[in-house]
Design a protein around this ligand. Sequence first.
Ligand SMILES: Cc1cc2nc3c(=O)[nH]c(=O)nc-3n(C[C@H](O)[C@H](O)[C@H](O)COP(=O)(O)OP(=O)(O)OC[C@H]3O[C@@H](n4cnc5c(N)ncnc54)[C@H](O)[C@@H]3O)c2cc1C
Length: 497
Amino acid sequence: MTILMPQPDAAIIARRNEIVTALRAIVPGEGVISSEPEMLPYESDGLMAYRQPPMVVVLPETTEQVSRVLKYCFEQRIKVVPRGSGTSLSGGALPLADGVLLGLGKFKRIREIDFDNRVVVTEPGVTNLALSQAVAHAGFYYAPDPSSQIACSIGGNVAENSGGVHCLKYGMTTNNVLGCEIVLMTGEVLRIGGKAAENAGYDLMGIITGSEGLLGVVTEVTVRILQKPETARAMMVGFAEVEAAGECVARIIGAGIIPGGMEMMDKPAIHAAEAFVQAGYPLDVEALLIIELDGPSVEVDELINRVETIAQGCGSTSCRISTSEAERNLFWAGRKAAFPAVGRISPDYLCMDGTIPRGKLPQALARIRELSDKYGLRCANVFHAGDGNLHPLILYDANQPDEMERAEAFGADILRCCVELGGVLTGEHGVGIEKRDLMPEMFSDIDLNQQQRLKCAFDAQGLLNPGKVFPTLHRCAELGRMHVHAGKLAFPELPRF
Ligand SMILES: Cc1cc2nc3c(=O)[nH]c(=O)nc-3n(C[C@H](O)[C@H](O)[C@H](O)COP(=O)(O)OP(=O)(O)OC[C@H]3O[C@@H](n4cnc5c(N)ncnc54)[C@H](O)[C@@H]3O)c2cc1C
C-alpha cells in the first residue's frame, strides 16, 4: 500500500532552506545534516515507540558555534532540541518536525584531568564510561554508572540526573558534578560552579542537573572523581519470595550498612539475564539480590558476614560471594545487561522508572502483579533496591492490536501506584514526553506553575526542548500575571511507529 504523505508547501520549503543555509554559515563542513536518509538515526531516542524526523540536525564542535546557533534560533524563534547520545528512555531527545536538533556528539574531548583536586573537566559528548577509563590508570573512577554507560554522554547524564548501581553509596549525578558551562537560548554563555565544592549564591548547578535540556545547553562539565576502594566484593543472594528479599534490603539499611550497590531482580528478569549473559544466577529463586560491599578488605569481610547473617534471618535460600574481580564483574554483568536481555525475549518492552519508599517494595510488587493480570501483559522487574527505584519492564508486541496502548496504560498505573505509596514518578530516567502527562498526579497547579516560572527565567520564549516535562506549558507572560488556566497539551500529537 502506498501512503501519500502531505507535501510541505513552497513557503515552508523556502523557509527551511533559509534556516539550513544560515546554520551552514555557522557550522561549516559536515556539521549540518538536512537530507532525510541522513537524519534517520536522529528521529528517535531510547523511547523508540515515538519517532519524529527533525527539521534539520546541527552538530557544532565549539561553545562559540553553539552560542551562535542558539542566538540565531532565538532571534528567528526556532525551537531547539538538545541531544547527547540519544539513549534517553523518556523521549527527552525526541526531535520536533519544526525544530533544530542540536547534537553534542562532536564535543568529545576531555579538557583536563586534575588528580590533585580530584576533578575532571570534560566536554559533554564524552561517554560516561570513557570518563572512568581516562582516570583508571591512576586508580580513580567516576561513580555514577548508568547501565547505558558505554553509550550515554556526560551531558545527557547531567540533563537527566542519571543514576546507576553505585549511586546508593556515592550519590547520583547531582552529587558528583561540581560545575558546568551552559549556553542559554539567547546565546549567552553562563559558567556555574567549578572545581571548588561550595559556591556562593543560588544552587544553579542543582537546577541545571535534571533539567532535561529545557534550561540551557551544557557545553562543559566538571565532575568529581573518586579513588577506587581497596576492595570490592559482590554477593548474590537468592530468596524463595520477593517479599523476603525486600525485607532483607530494609534490614541491611536499617543495620546502618550502606553497600556500594544493592540491586534486586525478580524471576522473569533473572531468567532473561542468565540466558543472555550466563552470570551463574540461580534459576530456582523468585528474587535475587546482588549486594556489593567495598572499602578496606578487613571491613568488607566483616560486612559480608553481617549481610549474610541478615539474609539468613530473612530466609535466603542461596548465597555466593565473589572471590575475584572477574567473578564480581560477572555477577554485575547480568544485572547491567537486564534491559537488552529482556529485549531478547519480547519483540518490544517499555522500561518504567518509578521510586517508592524502600519498605513499600512488597506492596508495589503485589500491585504490579495484579496490573500484569489486568492488562494481560508480562512484566520483568529489576530494581535499584537500596534506593527504592523500580524498573518494571513491560513486555509487549507493537504489531499486535492494542498492545502498545495496553502497555502504556499499564506503565502509567505503575507510576500512579508509586506516587500513592509515597514515591515519585521518576528515579533517574526523567519525565520527557513519557511521564509528562502524569506530572499532575504528583504536583499541584501551584507546584507546576512555579517550576514553569523557573523555565521562563532561563528561556522566556519557550524555545528550548518544548513539549517535554510539562503537561501544559503556559506562556511566560501569562505566568507573570499569575493567569492560570487549563490549556491544551503543548505537544498533543506524537507520531508512533
Ligand atoms: C539500555 C539502557 C540502559 C539505561 N540504564 C540507565 C541507568 O542505569 N540509569 C539511568 O539513569 N539511565 C539509564 N538509561 C537512560 C539514559 O541512558 C540516560 O538518561 C542518559 O543520561 C541519557 O544520556 P544521553 O547522552 O543518551 O542523552 P540523550 O538521550 O541524548 O538526551 C537526554 C536528555 O538530555 C538532554 N541533553 C542531552 N545532552 C544535553 C546537553 N549537552 N545539554 C543540555 N541537554 C542535554 C536532551 O535534550 C534530553 O532531554 C538507560 C538507557 C538505556 C537505553
